[in-house]
Write a protein that binds this ligand. Structure first.
Ligand code: ZN
Ligand code: ZN
Length: 370
């Protein structure tokens, strides 16, 4: 199964001609999951190879505009494009985000008389009071939903922090488990961990041939974990004929933050194939970055090192940093300096550092071993 990550916006605060506001898409076998949806995400999507109509899940890290202003418009455009012939079967779009997101969408879609051709549900994460300064916390009155559901809205879940695991279980199916964890920012912010499940290794076909098991449905039974009784009476277990499990891939995407809360968050991100972390400003502006609830490359690298991740991807850059292709020697702030800072901090660890640019796609390959 293929898996890739495409950055649609890598800038902070607002979209500029050089950098879109925060948005990225994790694609698995054609299914698209959108992480954050800053203003202009829909036009970025149109410029990319991705199809907005394939978005089945949306994850919003926090309610700052540069991460959410694009969502109502994107939903409306997806809906407009659904009138094509033959009619597409409407699937419910599941939207996950902090408490208040349901109200935001209901009011925006309601006041603009926006009708959607598909159902949607907002599943809200309940923040804790240590995720932001007090002034960044929304009272229950402000986030309370008034009136009835939007006509296309389905009842969503409210997801409290699980005190045992110190994480939020967003959903799980036979392929994935997706959890969220807490970050510290000017308003409550979250990180997301997408863990693909391990899958059975390859069948040892030579051995099966020797044992006289013919290819066909019996192979499928062994692969699905069932034992077989051979004609001679011998019981063949899947362990005997399957190679080692293929480890599932892990992708962690963090919203804006100056720190990660809870030790289990680090466990969750441990050995991730990709850790996407913000680096709004360079290390020389650390104080300013932290004051605004943001991180620098060295701070992102410290987490990457603690979690022993394979690849650290930096994004959410201040708009003062032009993409490297537009950077002129010795002119203005150099984005490559941010990469150097993270690389220096990670020297000798084996963790690769990547600077995200708009429309960068990273393939996430299956590992054969742990
Ligand atoms: Zn932001
Ligand atoms: Zn923010």
């Amino acid at each position: 199964m293929s898996m890739d990550l495409t950055f649609l916006g890598t800038g902070s605060a607002y979209p500029s001609p050089h950098r879109g506001a925060s948005a990225l898409v994790l694609r698995t076998d054609g299914d698209c999951w959108l992480f954050d949806c800053g203003e202009g995400t829909q036009t970025q999507l149109m410029k990319s190879q991705l199809r907005a109509g394939r978005i089945t899940k949306v994850f919003i890290s926090h309610l700052h505009g540069d991460h959410v202003f694009g969502l109502p418009g994107l939903l409306c455009t997806v809906s407009l494009n659904m009138t094509s012939d033959p009619p597409q079967r409407p699937r419910c779009v599941d939207i996950f985000g902090p408490r208040g997101l349901r109200h935001l969408l209901r009011v925006t879609l309601g006041l603009t008389a926006s009708q959607l051709l598909f159902p949607y549900a907002v599943h809200e994460l309940e923040p804790t009071s240590d995720q932001s300064p007090e002034e960044g916390q929304l009272s229950r009155e402000v986030t309370m939903e008034h009136g009835s559901l939007h006509p296309q809205e389905q009842v969503g879940r409210s997801i409290p922090l699980d005190p045992h695991s110190d994480t939020y279980l967003l959903f799980e199916d036979e392929r994935f488990e997706v959890k969220a964890f807490r970050l510290y920012h000017r308003v409550p912010s979250f990180g997301f961990c997408v863990q693909e499940r391990d899958r059975p290794g390859r069948l040892k076909t030579e051995l099966l041939k020797e044992l006289g098991v013919k290819p066909g449905p019996l192979y499928g039974r062994l692969k699905s974990g069932q034992s077989l009784t051979l004609d001679c009476g011998r019981v063949l277990t899947p362990e005997e004929v399957l190679e080692e499990d293929i480890p599932g891939r892990k992708v962690c995407v963090l919203g804006d933050c100056s720190s990660v809360l809870g030790s289990s968050s680090r466990q969750l991100c441990s050995a991730a194939d990709i850790l996407v972390h913000e680096a709004t400003l360079g290390d020389e502006q650390r104080e300013k970055a932290v004051e605004h609830g943001h991180s620098t490359p060295k701070m992102a690298a410290a987490l990457a090192q603690e979690c022993n991740v394979r690849k650290l991807v930096l994004y959410h850059f201040s708009q003062r940093y032009k993409p490297s292709t537009l950077q002129k020697e010795g002119e203005g702030d150099d984005i490559c300096e941010l990469k150097r800072q993270a690389e220096e901090a990670l020297q000798g660890t084996g963790t690769e550092v990547v600077l995200a640019e708009d429309f960068l796609t990273l393939q996430i390959l299956l590992k054969r071993t742990r």
